[in-house]
Design a protein around this ligand. Structure first.
Ligand code: SAM
Length: 665
């Protein structure tokens, strides 16, 4: 006998409906548990705002005519929040090498290592990554890209997460990188010698990638047997072979009078003539070839299997050469980073690595600049786990900029040049007094403005204003901290003396600045502080701090007591409305929609309910029921007790319970 035989028709209908709802609310894609234990780095932003604080005495200046690179010590959640103000759509390339979540003490979540037995192991990693990738996405230029190293532990999850964050159509490739020299004969089944690099463009239609240098092996095919003054070349057969497109067959006689029988060629007769005029044709028997000179080659299109981008053992050797011992476990080799940068960056690009570890990305950027005369800049961020930032990242960058002696053979390595500014991501407490917060943030945001403009040299420091100049000269950052008073006239006087571009930031209580104040000043832009910072932070914090399930449950328990035990329909309905509102907000957040309006005020619950219906998260029945119960709750709050009875309130209670089940709350 089936277990359903004992159900009444009504119960069966309710069951079918519930299952229908569940099916309808499931979309194709990756499903994982939302956070039970909120991440501290995110919670920190509930009561604080992140800023950058320059670490004095750690500035490195070896190339006065170049711009500064940046190292940020701190949680990347805070650093990325700040960068959303300073670098929105300014980053050309992001590279990250996140913890692979191997279960072997490599991934910390809320200060605890996640081991293999943790039932929420993948969910915790996905929540951690999703928040950071969402923050990072808006930093990338439309023509930019992101490269993410990963191995078998999370590659499948990461691919689907990135499809969600960056869009499946912006997926470029999944590189297989041969990471290990030699094999591990003690491996249980197979020796894993590879890992992956996932690549996404911000917008695949605008992505700019470069070809790369020809490999050593390809270069050996370019020779110059008869000493052609144009240099080494390679012979390319000009006749058409199976599957190749080409032109019609025609016989050809070179300008020297050598005839080649008719054949189907890869080029038309006109091109053939031109190649002949340019002395680029070679006849060998009945075969006709063109000379392709190395100098004509535009580079090679990169392939998706990288066997020749060094390996992790070499990366560890490099750390040993710099520090005398292996003080960091999982560095990447410079050659891997060099390949990524050659594909994705231009000479002026800005490159971000927010899981910087030992700082390989910064090192590779400096090397590539040296190699091709580029002026790429990097922003590195890493936490200071095991003092890595202070004792590995910073000293490594310092050594490669200034030059060092290799441990072991004592060989001298010349400095690559470059500059660095060292920051810590810090939190300032939000006070309830909004004006006070504006003052505090204005006082503490100067260093963020320096990072935003890449202008760091303090020229004038007064109580009410500061003026900074750029390394190359010709650009100025001018910050005024107070409400306009006598010192403002002085500030204007100083600005008038400056020759070059001026970026002026002025404190404003109401978020507005009167441009007329700057009449007579040339070549300037003015922006108010701290309103934009506050706006961006609000948006990010609200996006990321989820409505907490336990506060919903606490109210739900109260409602249970009122409705089911005390049969108090009015107070029950009033509390249930609160529970339903929070539940709708939570479901909105779970579906990555904002619970706030453009002006940062909370959106009406009825509108969220409609949004969820329009985007097919809610089914018609859920949507209609929500509407009814929101109305009952409303009547209860307004003392319109005649509008509903206890049975309806009990159903209201059951409905919320089914929402919890359907949406995994
Ligand atoms: C695998 S390592 C990166 C190694 C790097 N590619 C290299 O070549 O040295 C990952 C790094 O991310 C850092 N990290 C992990 N979680 C972080 C967080 N929330 N904020 C900042 N850094 C973090 C860790 O300290 C670690 O150094």
């Amino acid at each position: 006998m089936s277990k359903y035989n004992k159900f009444s028709k009504e119960e069966l209908l309710a069951l079918v409906e519930k299952q229908d709802n569940e099916l309808a609310s499931k979309k194709y894609g990756l499903v994982w548990d939302s956070e039970r234990e909120l991440e501290q780095a995110v919670l920190d932003c509930e009561h604080n705002v992140p800023v950058l604080k320059r670490v004095k005495g750690k500035e490195i200046k070896e190339s006065k005519d170049q711009e500064d690179n940046i190292l940020i010590e701190g949680d990347n959640y805070h650093a990325l929040t700040v960068l959303n103000y300073t670098h929105q759509e300014k980053i050309d390339v992001i590279y990250i090498d996140p913890p692979y979540n191997t279960g072997n003490k490599d991934f910390k979540y809320n200060d605890k290592f996640i081991d293999k037995e943790d039932g929420f192991r993948h969910s915790k990693w996905l929540n951690f990554m999703e928040k950071r990738l969402n923050l990072a996405k808006d930093l990338i230029k439309d023509s930019g890209s992101i490269f993410i190293s990963i191995d078998d532990n999370e590659v499948a999850q990461l691919k689907m997460l990135c499809d969600k964050v960056f869009g499946e159509n912006n997926f470029i490739s999944q590189i297989t990188w041969h990471r290990k020299r030699g094999k591990d004969n003690s491996a249980k089944y197979l020796s894993r010698v590879h890992e992956y690099v996932l690549i996404y463009g911000k917008d695949v239609n605008k992505l700019i990638f470069n070809k790369i240098d020809l490999s050593e092996q390809t270069l050996t095919q370019y020779t110059n047997p008869e000493n052609d003054s144009r240099g080494n070349y390679r012979k390319l057969a000009l006749w058409r072979r199976g599957g190749q497109g080409g032109s019609k067959a025609f016989p050809f006689t070179t300008k020297e009078g050598i005839s080649v029988p008719s054949r189907s060629w890869l080029v038309n007769e006109e091109t053939m003539r031109r190649l002949d005029q340019e002395n680029k044709l070679v006849v060998v028997g009945e075969g006709l070839y063109r000379k392709l000179f190395l100098s004509e080659h535009e580079g090679a299109i990169p392939e998706t299997i990288w066997l020749d981008a060094s390996n992790t053992a070499n990366a560890t050797d490099m750390i040993k050469e710099i520090f005398g011992k292996s003080i960091f476990d999982t560095p990447k080799p410079i050659e891997l980073m060099n390949r990524i940068l050659k594909i994705s960056s231009k000479k002026e690009s800005v490159i971000l690595d927010f899981m910087a570890g030992s700082g390989t990305t910064g090192h590779a950027v400096l090397e590539l600049n040296k190699e091709d005369g580029g002026n790429r800049k990097f922003i590195l961020c890493t936490n200071n786990e095991n003092k890595i930032c202070e004792e590995v990242t910073y000293p490594r960058i310092q050594k490669v900029i200034k030059g060092y002696k290799k441990y072991g053979n004592g060989e001298k390595v010349a400095g690559l040049g470059g500059n660095l500014q060292y920051f810590k991501a810090e939190l300032i407490k939000k006070t309830n007094n909004k004006d006070q917060l504006r003052f505090d943030l204005t006082q503490k945001c100067t260093e963020m403005l320096c990072v935003k403009e890449n202008i760091f040299n303090l020229e004038i420091e007064k109580e009410d204003y500061k003026i900074f100049s750029s390394n190359k000269g010709g650009k100025f950052l001018c910050v005024y901290y107070n409400l306009y008073d006598e010192s403002f006239k002085e500030f204007l006087k100083e600005i008038k003396k400056l020759k070059g571009e001026k970026k002026i930031y002025v404190f404003s209580i109401d978020g507005k600045v009167d441009r007329d104040l700057f009449k007579g000043i040339k070549d300037f832009e003015v922006e108010e502080i701290p309103q934009k910072i506050i706006d961006i932070y609000k948006q990010l914090v609200k996006m990321n701090i989820p409505v907490k399930a336990n506060t919903i449950f606490l109210d739900f328990e109260k409602a249970q007591k009122k409705v089911l035990e005390e049969k108090d329909k009015d107070e029950g309905a009033r509390i249930l409305r609160i529970v339903l509102e929070k539940t709708i907000q939570k479901i909105t957040q779970q579906n990555k929609m904002s619970i706030f309006k453009e002006n940062n005020k909370e959106e009406k619950i009825a509108i969220l309910n409609d949004n969820l219906y329009n985007s097919k998260v809610f089914r018609k029945v859920q949507w209609e029921e929500n509407k009814t119960y929101l109305a009952i709750g409303n009547h209860a709050s307004h003392g319109e007790y005649g509008e509903y009875d206890l049975k309806q309130v009990e159903n209201f209670y059951k409905h919320i319970q089914s929402l919890f089940n359907d949406f995994g709350i």
